[in-house]
Ligand binder design. Structure first.
Ligand code: F6P
Length: 298
């Protein structure tokens, strides 16, 4: 059923089959989360961040799916160092963050999986605009997926009978004013960011920030309104969030839903990929809000 829907949305059979497989991997991660331990794994990811056991498990599930898929030529996880080869005849390279927000796992906040799919084996020199599909899964009280194959954004719900389409046209236009000010610590180093945050407070925006990029961005998609910010600061000019595993896929989805993405100067989708570990400041949400932010931050 989902396969037919994806074909209808203009997806190639190869891409639709890959997405159906990713749907199975997400279902497996979702089931593994129920009752999972919150213990540390005793290992670190490619960025030197401590892993929990569920990071390792989710990574294994995703990598098993991707390494055995005939359409995947290369893949890379945010947890690992470097591109992994898959099928020599494959046509897609896949980038994923298997368990984004895992530092919030012990407190039982929502976490997620983020995926970006490119139609080339080597993405260096390309841009995130070239993604043929992007998605994220939210593991909250329910498991849902936001997906785009370049024809708008659709939301799916995991049920006992499998994946069900729940929203065919997810739109980020405008409405109630929400803000999600990531990296608030940057206000200590940047007066422009301090003033921007103060202006949102003065204008009575509602704060919606959990500290997990997936639920924080999902709030914008579901309410159709809001702005998510994660700027850099002098001590970390590119901020923390990664282009390939977080910002690129989220920007693809946001622009497909009618919203905007920016690093403060240009669309995230137009940034040239120079390394797989590239980080970028990021602003995502309603177009006018992103423009306001870009005018206010230096
Ligand atoms: O990259 C992981 C992540 O947890 C994101 O999901 C989230 O937006 C960000 O880090 C929060 O960062 P900080 O811990 O600096 O608030």
């Amino acid at each position: 059923m989902i396969y037919d829907f994806l074909i209808q949305k203009g997806s190639s059979p190869a891409l639709a089959e890959l997405l159906v497989e990713l749907g199975r991997a997400i279902e497996e991660i979702s089931k593994s989360i129920l009752g999972a331990s919150t213990l540390k794994a005793g290992s670190k990811n490619a960025y030197g961040e401590e892993q929990i056991a569920m990071d390792v498990k989710a990574d294994e599930i995703m990598n098993r799916t991707l390494s055995t898929n005939p359409y995947v030529v290369t893949y890379c996880s945010e947890e690992q160092d470097g591109l992994q080869p898959a099928s020599i005849d494959g046509q897609f390279s896949v980038f994923h963050d298997p368990l984004d927000g895992s530092s919030l796992f012990d407190v039982n906040f929502s976490v997620g999986t983020i995926v970006g799919i490119y139609p080339v084996a080597d993405v260096l020199g390309h841009t995130p605009r070239e993604q043929v599909a992007a998605l994220y899964a939210v593991y909250g009280p329910r498991t849902t997926v936001m997906l785009s194959v370049g024809k708008g954004v659709q939301e799916f719900l995991l049920t006992e009978e499998g994946w069900v389409l729940v929203t065919e046209e997810v739109a980020v236009t405008a409405g109630k004013k929400y803000f999600a000010p990531g990296n608030l610590r940057a206000t200590a180093e940047r007066e422009d960011y301090f003033n921007l945050v103060a202006s949102f407070i003065k204008e009575k925006y509602t704060l919606r920030y959990s500290g997990g990029m997936v639920p924080d961005i999902n709030h914008i998609f579901k309410k159709g309104s809001g702005i998510f910010m994660y700027p850099g600061m002098p001590s970390a000019p590119d901020g923390k969030l990664r282009l390939m595993y977080e910002c690129g896929p989220m920007a693809f989805l946001m622009e497909q839903a009618g919203g905007a993405s920016s690093n403060g100067k240009s669309s995230i989708l137009d940034l040239q990929i120079s390394s797989l570990t590239q980080k970028t400041p990021v602003y995502l949400g309603v177009k006018e809000e992103v423009e306001k932010v870009c005018a206010a931050v230096l």
